[in-house]
Ligand binder design. Structure first.
Ligand code: ATR
Length: 296
């Protein structure tokens, strides 16, 4: 590549003395799809900013926010394994982040570093974008890990009428149900597979089906439900989704949850509407042209 070609390649990105810096911290981080997706989004909106990956060790967390403030970082995402570990170092938390004690998006405000959890709202937004209505619906949620907690809180706040949470480790499902009962007292919650299985929406948040041929729920869940969602996006068709397709039950995978958690982060940082289609194209290109499996 000659120097003209190099300059041309960079001509879409305006890097100068005023370029703002955003990023994502995690370990590992090199498979992250966010640097490309968010930098393209900044470009599309003519925002003078770039977004970089930061490989962080746990012992560096206490100094991280000072180092970021000194370096001019204005906001960042957090992925595994720091979503909970970052919480004690933040100055402010959104309501969802307070409830979950987990953060995936941080912005520098005049009052300090403020943490948000956009996974759950990103999930709800992905359903809304697909015209799947949630209000008043009965939802079966498989799993009670970090993603399930974020999704359950957002679903509860979005007005589902009934939530059944089933998990291999019963105690985690019970703890999540307890958190929801204190947050949304009118919501009907249980933590066993309902006998009648008359659920409208079935959601898998476990990793079953990601590396194996397993299905996290019995076939009887398909008898009534009108929408199946698997938050796994790679492979794009899990055994659960294949079964839904065979029975002509509408289904979606987790790529749009991944997209909309990033959309929400972009909007928190910029106060502007995110260029969703550009971000989707970037994500689909990155995710399905690589073998990487990462959550953010
Ligand atoms: P994430 O952040 O993606 O939610 P996580 O917090 O590790 O990841 O949660 C993983 C979820 O998948 C949990 O609900 C876990 O069940 P346990 O709480 O019993 O560990 C579930 N999971 C993982 N492997 C599983 C398996 N082989 N069978 C059933 N559930 C499984």
């Amino acid at each position: 590549m000659n120097s003209d070609e190099r300059v041309n390649k960079l001509s879409g990105i305006s890097i100068n003395g005023e370029t703002a810096l955003y990023g994502v911290i995690g370990n590992p981080i090199r498979h992250s799809f966010s640097p490309k997706m968010q930098t393209l989004a900044f470009q599309e909106c003519s925002i003078n900013a770039v977004y970089l990956p930061f490989l962080i060790q746990e012992f560096q967390l206490p100094q991280l926010l000072n180092a970021f403030a000194i370096s001019g970082v204005q906001g960042f995402n957090i992925t595994l394994p720091f979503k909970e570990k970052i919480v004690p170092y933040l100055d402010l938390l959104s309501d969802e982040a307070t409830m979950l004690q987990s953060v995936n998006t941080v912005i520098l405000t005049t009052e300090g570093w403020k943490g948000y959890s956009t996974d759950g709202d990103g999930f709800v937004r992905s359903l809304t974008a697909a015209d799947v209505s949630i209000k008043g619906k009965k939802v079966l949620l498989a799993g009670a890990g970090g993603a399930a907690r974020a999704i359950a809180v957002s679903l509860a706040l979005a007005g589902v009428s009934e939530l059944a949470i089933v998990n291999r480790t019963q105690k985690k499902a019970d703890n999540l149900a307890e958190l929801l009962r204190t947050t949304v007292p009118n919501l009907c919650i249980n933590t066993i597979l309902p006998a009648d299985l008359q659920m409208d929406i079935v959601i898998n948040t476990t990793s079953v089906g990601m590396h194996d041929n397993g299905c996290p729920l019995p076939d009887s869940v398909f008898n009534h439900c009108r929408q199946v969602v698997d938050i796994i996006y790679n492979p794009p068709m899990t055994p659960l989704l294949k079964k839904a397709a065979e029975r002509s039950v509408p289904y979606m995978n987790g790529i749009d949850m991944l997209l909309y958690q990033g959309v929400e982060a972009f909007e928190i940082w910029t106060g502007q509407k995110a260029p969703v289609e550009t971000m989707r194209r970037s994500l689909i290109d990155s995710v399905y042209s690589s073998t990487a499996i990462d959550h953010i």
